[in-house]
Design a protein around this ligand. Structure first.
Ligand SMILES: CC[C@H](C(=O)O)C(=O)SCCNC(=O)CCNC(=O)[C@H](O)C(C)(C)COP(=O)(O)OP(=O)(O)OC[C@H]1O[C@@H](n2cnc3c(N)ncnc32)[C@H](O)[C@@H]1OP(=O)(O)O
Ligand SMILES: [Co+2]
Length: 134
């Protein structure tokens, strides 16, 4: 089911500080901030030769990363995103094995303009998984 690693996401309390750190200290190419109100986050992508790192800052009152940052105020690794060819087939196969798909269970459009779904971290060894159809 799984294809390439699309990105690893890090939740941060201040996106401008995190962006400056990746750009100026680590010498990485970093995209412009992209507000995603439907997802309750603003994101920046760090472009690596073989993958991406997504930096996430809460946006709005009901951000899904607010509780995470309350527990880890300095930030931390938030999720890992794998590519799949057919997100509905992947979802149905996972649900049949008892995995919990978060939210309504229907894919939403993510930061890359592609359908995404999230899987509960308790079902995957404490790691929140995002699936992105490519
Ligand atoms: C899609 C746009 C963009 C993109 O790439 O295109 C993004 O990636 S946006 C990313 C932000 N969106 C999401 O994270 C959506 C899915 N997330 C959720 O639905 C919630 O955050 C959820 C269900 C993972 C956690 O919800 P909530 O914070 O309300 O619940 P709890 O704090 O009670 O957590 C329950 C339990 O899970 C543990 N937990 C929570 N988040 C994580 C995490 N990121 N990694 C590992 N574990 C996590 C939390 O510690 C609780 O455990 P417990 O033992 O009960 O304390
Ligand atoms: Co993501």
């Amino acid at each position: 089911m799984l294809g390439r690693l699309n990105h690893v996401a890090i939740a941060v309390p201040d996106l401008s500080i995190a962006t400056a750190s990746y750009r100026d200290q680590l010498g990485a190419r970093v995209s412009q901030p992209q507000p995603l109100p439907e997802h309750g986050v603003t994101v920046v992508f760090v472009e690596l030769p073989n993958s991406k790192v997504e930096l996430l800052e809460p946006l709005g009152e009901n951000s899904p990363i607010a509780a995470f940052l309350a527990k880890s105020p300095d930030g931390g690794m938030h999720h890992i995103c794998y590519e799949v060819e057919d997100i509905l087939a992947a979802r149905d196969q996972l649900v049949a094995t008892g995995a919990r798909v978060l939210g309504s269970g229907e894919p939403k459009i993510g930061a890359h303009g592609k359908p995404v779904l999230f899987l509960h971290p308790k079902d995957f060894f404490g790691t929140l998984i995002e699936l992105e159809q490519v």
